[in-house]
Design a protein around this ligand. Structure first.
Ligand code: SF4
Length: 379
């Protein structure tokens, strides 16, 4: 089972209640960003290019709890920045677990092993470890030699200590689908509960602007990776989101499904774009012009976006919006398919890299500023 039954039940009853209340837009996962600073400087990341005073700032536990209560979503994802650099992260996580929220604390795991003793295993807590591929690919992607080995050491230590451990893998143009499949084998062998995979988003702040995937290339890549899958692989994303990535389903973005709260407030409209901020969750939901976002809107910023934070909530909403959606989803869960596809296998067998230009490393001055801020935070 990709998620515990209690979690699946909590989410299903929550969404049903929203439907019975007639709510057209409702949050499914709160993206809670308590800080932007990080101990990595990845080429595809749009989060750590802020000036030093912003990278130094962080949400207090009370601000986090207020946001979680205002929003009401049953799941909370804590991205960043690197959450383990926040000195009060154990207190924040404990407070969310106490509120019976299913928490995915996203981490690059560089500090996971040494900070594990500050957390308690719980069915409500999962460490979602960012691993972008096999050793060489991950180190290249996060611009840090040895990053993969440290992250996997963190994964194994957390699994051994009884924590739920999941992974998230972001893919960029040029990703080797055969290597990604081997990467999945390695993650499952390390004992992770389940995995998530998503295409990267074209952050305008990211130092590397040349390796983001367009939609057609994304679908081809994900069809090669996710067809003919192994029985041992477990994914924690909705099965229809995985089909969306493979080009078998069409969903419009539902950015309200995964709202973002950070040191700036409630971010309009989604985790990726910054078209202003609202002071309250209610204001975010009421004042955002939702029709201006998603591929159908014609907004060029959304044209190539297929990311998880915009489209997985769409799959969940479809699940509960029609009998057809319910039946299709029920069939996927009751009779899981490995998506046999001889053409995808042929593409996989014949795959060759199309270009070899390297990812662009982040400006050394930005990386240095981020590094020095870790010292400021006392970690
Ligand atoms: S399509 Fe992507 S960028 Fe546009 S609103 Fe949705 S999640 Fe944000």
């Amino acid at each position: 089972m990709a998620v515990p039954i209690s979690q699946a039940w909590t989410v299903a009853t929550y969404v049903l209640k929203q439907k019975l209340k007639g709510r057209k837009r409702y949050p499914l996962v709160l993206m809670l960003e308590p800080l932007f600073r990080c101990n990595l400087a990845c080429a595809g990341c749009g989060k750590i290019q802020y000036p030093a005073h912003i990278l130094k700032a962080e949400l207090t536990p009370e601000e986090c709890f207020r946001a979680v209560e205002e929003c009401g979503a049953p799941m909370v994802s804590i991205p960043g920045g690197e959450p383990l650099l926040h000195p009060q992260m154990p207190e924040i996580v404990a407070g969310l677990v106490e509120r019976k929220k299913y928490v995915y604390m996203c981490t690059n795991a560089l500090l996971l092993k040494e900070k594990l003793h500050l957390f308690k295993p719980s069915k409500y807590l999962s460490f979602s470890v960012h691993v972008d591929g096999q050793r060489e690919h991950h180190d290249f992607s996060v611009c840090r030699e040895g990053g993969y080995d440290i992250a996997m050491e963190g994964v194994r230590a957390a699994v051994a200590a009884g924590f739920r451990v999941t992974t998230n893998t972001t893919l960029f143009d040029g990703a080797d689908p055969n290597s990604v499949r081997t990467h999945f084998d390695e993650l499952m062998a390390a004992g992770v509960e389940s995995m998530m995979v998503s295409p990267g988003y074209t952050y305008d702040k990211a130092p590397d602007q040349n390796h983001f995937l367009g939609k057609a290339r994304s679908r081809k890549l994900f069809r090669m990776i996710l067809s003919n899958r192994k029985k041992s692989w477990e994914f924690n994303t909705h099965p229809l989101f995985s089909e969306f990535l493979m080009g078998k389903q069409h969903f419009e973005c539902t950015p309200w499904g995964m709202p973002t709260f950070s040191i700036f407030g409630w971010q309009k409209p989604c985790y990726l774009l910054q078209d202003g901020y609202a002071d309250t969750f209610a204001e975010l939901m009421e004042a955002t012009e939702w029709a201006n976002y998603g591929a159908k809107s014609g907004n060029p910023q959304c044209a190539n976006c297929m990311v998880h934070s915009g489209h997985e909530a769409s799959a969940v909403d479809y699940n509960f919006s029609s009998l057809k959606g319910f039946l299709v989803t029920a069939r996927r869960y009751m009779f899981p398919t490995l998506y046999p596809d001889p053409d995808a296998q042929k593409l996989l067998n014949e795959w060759k890299p199309e270009h070899t230009s390297p990812l662009v490393q982040i400006q050394p001055s930005v990386a240095a500023a981020s590094d020095s801020l870790q010292t400021v935070s006392g970690d």
